[in-house]
Design a protein around this ligand. Structure first.
Ligand code: CIR
Length: 255
């Protein structure tokens, strides 16, 4: 169960966020409304949400998930692989220190890079995507930290998606939303697969929060498949974040 979430309001410069989406620039005002609805959905799941102010210097800074990995035993401060995002961690460190004692905070150090979007938690085991943002050195540093706290991790090389969780989401009870390049990957064969249709691939990024599942609005096949497993689904429109390659998980840290 999660008791907390951390989010950061989008900044006006989000319209210049890194993107491969080809969907046009986000509408900032609409993005703000969607962010408020996202916070509301998290609160409906029973978590206390810490809302950080926008940081104009970093267009992608609303995607707080990439700056830290918060486990039940320790916090990891990442080292984002995207040069324009490295500075985002400076303002996150004091926030994380409000929730974790100093000696339970670990750091990814250069030349290691890691972004939280590449980390999928399944109990005390963590899958780590090796991507354009997360390198083997960064993943190994994280695995070493996990071992220190009695947990484990494994690397999963990615070929097309931005982050591991762009194409996969673990929604507990052995259920894995899975699409595209991961479908045949033996690392995930022991999970119950909820296959995401190619035309709904964006909805492979959902989040489980205390028994409910947040699903992006407008992806009915995925929504129905999750509902048919007995989950209560809350839909949240993330159209403006999708324009800069962001999804539901990227917008919060849940712990
Ligand atoms: C980026 O390219 O870094 C942002 N525009 C999107 C980050 C999405 N984060 C995530 O999937 N965890």
């Amino acid at each position: 169960m999660f008791t907390h979430a951390i989010v950061k309001k989008p900044c006006h410069t989000m319209i210049y966020g890194i993107t491969t989406a080809n969907l046009g620039q986000p509408d900032y005002d609409l993005a703000m409304k969607q962010h408020a609805a996202y916070i509301d959905a998290l609160q409906q799941c029973g978590v206390q949400v810490t809302i950080l102010e926008a940081e104009e210097a970093f267009p992608d800074s609303c995607f707080v998930e990439d700056t830290a990995v918060l486990t039940r035993k320790f916090a990891l401060i990442t080292n984002p692989g995207a040069p324009s995002r490295k500075g985002e961690i400076a303002s996150m460190i004091p926030v994380i220190k409000q929730f974790y004692p100093e000696n339970n905070i670990e750091y990814i150090k250069t030349p290691g890079t890691l972004e939280g979007g590449d980390v999928m938690m399944v109990g005390d085991h963590f899958y780590i995507g090796i991507s354009a943002r997360t390198n083997r050195e960064g993943a190994q540093q994280f695995i070493n930290a996990l071992k220190k706290y009695g947990m484990s991790g494994e690397m999963v090389p990615l070929s097309t998606v931005l982050h591991l969780k762009t194409g996969l989401s673990y929604i507990e009870n052995n259920n894995l939303l899975i699409g595209g390049e991961f479908l045949e990957n033996p690392a995930f064969s022991h999970f119950h697969h909820i296959e995401v249709a190619a035309e709904e691939e964006y909805s492979a990024n959902c989040i489980w929060v205390n028994g409910k599942v947040l699903v992006p609005a407008g992806f009915l096949q995925t929504q129905k498949a999750i509902e048919s497993l007995g989950y209560e689904v809350l839909t949240v429109d993330t159209s403006e974040y999708r324009k800069i390659d962001g999804g539901l998980s990227c917008l919060s840290l849940r712990f």
